[in-house]
Design a protein around this ligand. Structure first.
Ligand code: CP
Ligand code: NVA
Length: 301
């Protein structure tokens, strides 16, 4: 039976922890040179741009011994009316895994429903589960544990926030979210995450209240890919939600600041925070590679 990774909810807390342990071992050099996916081919179909996700998957696939094929909307017949179902069926005859970045989450679900190979969500409008794996790996590196770590997410309740909340809840972290009215995380994700969660998930409006006593401050852009038309109104609504030195002072003295990147410096995060001693953002970006490899090792047969 093939296994997909469309949302974090498909993995249990202990599966996530096992995957992170493997990613940490891979980063430390364990099994370097081993080629567990030798002879395999993995397709990357991206409807949106990407720096970290594309490059980390392509490099990771190479390091595991497999071949990657980068496909965009312009290059395949999907653009000329071939159905998602037929595309998924055909690609399943050549490939051993499919990594998808799409606008609508339903596109990924449709691919997964018709593909006979594992499908990985590399970002949709609702979820970014691969990002959360790197986020949690970075929390382990910086804080030495996950359980009981207090994470404050400041800003838009977007795809990154949804997956992060879901992942953090599964491994026993406490999550405090501060977002403007109307920009909260997906209620379905919140409900699912609260079910059986050990740590609390709290929604607030005030970023300072959310940051108080936080071990981790996390933010993402105010305008995600596909929302460009809302840029001006979002910049106004999110003005108070910047991660800057003032906000950092509300958090614990040893707090780490994370951001999935790309950042809009001067909007949701300042240069001094991005480049300062509390920033973990570049380690976090590196960890996309190690977690992508651990994920593919687990899913691709
Ligand atoms: N964090 C992330 O997914 O970055 P890219 O859009 O560059 O892949
Ligand atoms: N929320 C952002 C994340 C980019 C990695 C977006 O969807 O554009």
């Amino acid at each position: 039976m093939k296994r997909d990774f469309l949302t974090v909810a498909e993995f249990t807390g202990s599966e996530i922890e096992r995957l992170l342990t493997r990613a940490i071992a891979l980063k430390a050099g364990e099994d370097r040179g081993a080629l567990p996916l030798a002879g395999k081919s993995i397709g990357l179909f991206f409807e949106k741009p990407s720096t970290r996700t594309r490059v980390s998957f392509e490099v990771g696939i190479h390091q595991l011994g497999a071949q990657s094929l980068y496909l965009t909307t312009q290059e395949i017949q999907l653009n000329r009316g071939e159905s998602i179902a037929d595309t998924a069926r055909v690609l399943s005859r050549y490939l051993h895994g499919l990594v998808l970045r799409t606008h609508a989450h339903s596109t990924i679900e449709e691919f997964a429903a018709h593909a006979t190979i594992p499908v990985v969500n590399a970002l949709s409008d609702r979820h970014h589960p691969c990002q959360s794996l790197a986020d949690l790996m970075t929390v382990i590196e910086k804080k030495g544990r996950l359980k009981g770590v207090r994470l404050a997410y400041i800003g838009d309740g977007n795809n990154v926030a949804n997956s992060l909340i879901e992942a953090a809840a599964r491994v026993g972290m406490e999550v405090i979210v501060a977002s403007p009215e109307g920009y909260e995380p997906d209620p379905e994700v919140l409900e699912r995450s609260r079910t059986g969660a050990e740590g609390e998930i709290v929604l607030l409006r005030d970023p300072r209240e959310a940051a108080a006593g936080a071990d981790v401050l996390y933010t993402d852009v105010w305008v995600s890919m596909g929302q460009e038309r809302e840029t001006e109104s979002r910049k106004v609504k999110f003005r108070e939600y910047q991660v800057n030195s003032q906000l950092l002072r509300c958090a614990r003295r040893d707090a780490v600041v994370l951001h999935c990147l790309p950042a809009h410096r001067g909007e949701e995060i300042t240069d001094e925070i991005m480049d300062g001693p509390h920033s973990g953002v570049f380690d976090q970006a590196e960890n996309r590679l190690h977690t992508a490899k651990a994920l593919l090792e687990m899913l691709v047969r």
